[in-house]
Design a protein around this ligand. Structure first.
Ligand SMILES: [Zn+2]
Ligand SMILES: [Zn+2]
Length: 479
């Protein structure tokens, strides 16, 4: 019933295409036929306001949509930074608004887990029409999931440009200690107040920039999927992500300085990246091996009850590491790769799932069952062999194209330079991720998702000699 009352219709649009890939507004509230992939896409976000004073536009929007009863969901910090002010504005507009401040766990942290979700659900009653996330990424994921499950309108007020998940549809949740992405919904409207964002800690802004820098490697990973598994790629979605990334890299100094202009560019990039995921219905354009590494570190920290790290800070560092793998892989000759592929395909141990089974058990311990389920296709003996034969053949016949993808990723030094200009960490040691954990993640993180990435490509290439004169240089740079 609630859905019917609160529903609104997407507008069918003609003539939208790659020319608009760098813009946000043309896509909002539209469904359209995609020339580049031949599928229908929809963007259920109706409005995105990125400007100074955007907070004040929320009560007007709620009135326009006849949403009279709102839950404003914050944490301790964002209640002070924005929640209380928004509550005052909603009440001035005669709206029935309540502030819900989610409490932290024993480490003083808020995670998107069962504990936080239940806390929020206890406040959702029959009268609540909309749930407003007032906070950064984690808070949005808690609200996104709760709003979706209860059929309430989800509105977004980002308080920091820290992550690209504001506009996306999936909720990355930690369930039983395993990080998984659960289907949920995009916000109906986003109110990003530049005055608020400019006051966010620079570490959060740098994390948002790190999340964006990871698109270099996630986009390349998606291309590997296309080349080696004939995976479906939507060129419009990929181009949106590229343009979102360019907007951030081109304005790295303004972003570093924390100016409103820098915040605007970064938030536009983050939202556009979210829309690129929305249209294809999954996070493939924006999340590859760099995210799998980050998730692996996060889950291990959780198992060890260590203090969580910022998502974008981890992704940025992991993207530097993956750029190193791409640079090394680009140096391999076609002959060496063909020989390696033939050798692997003749090796019964490589074709059998036993090694992957053992790796998952060793790498994931108590959460190995969830990881096995994620990799079911690859662990099925017959399925695995067919999959690997297909990849091996394409690897041999399409190596030049794979190499071109590898070369499209900026080198690790360039990636590290951008990150440090934005004020973010560039190496695992700065995050407190020990060399042993780095080494384990390089071996096991590929199983976090059943998605083709540069990490999975390494299975074929380990021990393959690079063209010697350049290989030594790349090795030195990536250490
Ligand atoms: Zn498409
Ligand atoms: Zn991310």
């Amino acid at each position: 019933m609630m859905d019917m009352e609160l529903g609104w219709k997407l507008e069918r649009a003609e003539g939208l295409g790659l020319e608009q890939a760098g813009e946000i507004d043309p896509w909002l509230g539209r469904s359209f036929y995609c020339e580049s992939c031949g599928k229908d896409h929809a963007v259920p976000i109706r409005r995105v306001i990125i400007e100074r004073g955007a907070l004040a536009a929320l009560p007007d929007y709620a009135q326009e949509r006849e949403l009279r009863s709102l839950l404003l969901v914050c944490d301790r910090h964002t209640a002070k930074a924005a929640g209380e002010e928004l509550l005052g504005r909603c009440r001035e507009a005669q709206l029935d608004a309540r502030l819900v401040v989610l409490t932290e766990d024993e480490h003083g942290e808020l995670a998107a887990d069962e504990r936080a979700i239940v806390q929020l659900l206890l406040h959702v009653d029959a009268a609540s029409q909309a749930i407003v996330a007032v906070g950064s990424g984690t808070l949005h994921d808690i609200v996104r999931f709760a709003a979706f499950k209860t059929g309430r309108v989800f509105l977004s007020v980002p308080t920091a440009s820290s992550v690209d998940g504001f506009a996306s549809v999936g909720a990355p949740l930690i369930l039983g200690g395993f990080k998984q992405t659960v289907p949920a919904c995009a916000p109906e409207a986003v109110f990003a107040d530049l005055a608020l964002l400019a006051h966010a800690p620079q570490t959060l802004t740098a994390a948002g920039f790190g999340d964006m820098l990871g698109k270099y490697t996630s986009l390349a990973d998606w291309e590997l999927g296309r080349l080696l598994l004939d995976e479906h790629v939507c060129e419009l979605s990929a181009e949106m992500t590229r343009q979102a990334l360019a907007r951030c890299v081109d304005h790295v100094d303004e972003i570093a300085a924390g100016t409103e202009e820098g915040q605007r560019r970064l938030m536009e990039g983050l939202i556009l990246s979210g829309i690129s995921m929305l249209i294809v219905g999954h996070s493939r354009p924006a999340s590859g091996a760099e995210h799998h590494l980050s998730h692996f570190w996060e889950m291990r920290f959780l198992q060890l009850r260590r203090r969580a790290l910022l998502h974008g800070a981890k992704v940025g560092v992991a993207a530097v590491r993956m750029a190193g793998l791409y640079a090394q892989t680009a140096q391999l000759s076609a002959e060496a790769v063909r020989a390696a592929a033939a050798q692997r395909l003749a090796d019964p141990a490589f074709l059998s799932p036993a090694q992957a089974e053992a790796a998952i058990a060793a790498g994931y311990g108590t959460i190995a069952d969830q990881v096995r389920a994620e990799n079911a296709a690859e662990l099925d003996p017959a399925g695995r062999e067919a999959l690997l034969r297909g990849i091996g053949e394409r690897l041999a016949s399409r190596w030049e194209a794979v190499q071109a993808v590898c070369r499209s990723v900026p080198g690790p030094e360039q990636m590290a330079q951008w990150l440090s200009r934005a004020g973010g960490p560039v190496a695992e040691a700065q995050l407190g991720v020990e060399p042993e954990l780095v080494e384990q993640s390089l071996r096991y993180a590929k199983y976090v998702r059943s998605r083709y990435t540069i990490l999975r490509l390494q299975e074929w290439l380990a021990g393959t000699a690079a063209q010697p004169e350049v290989a030594a240089g790349v090795q030195a740079q990536t250490e």
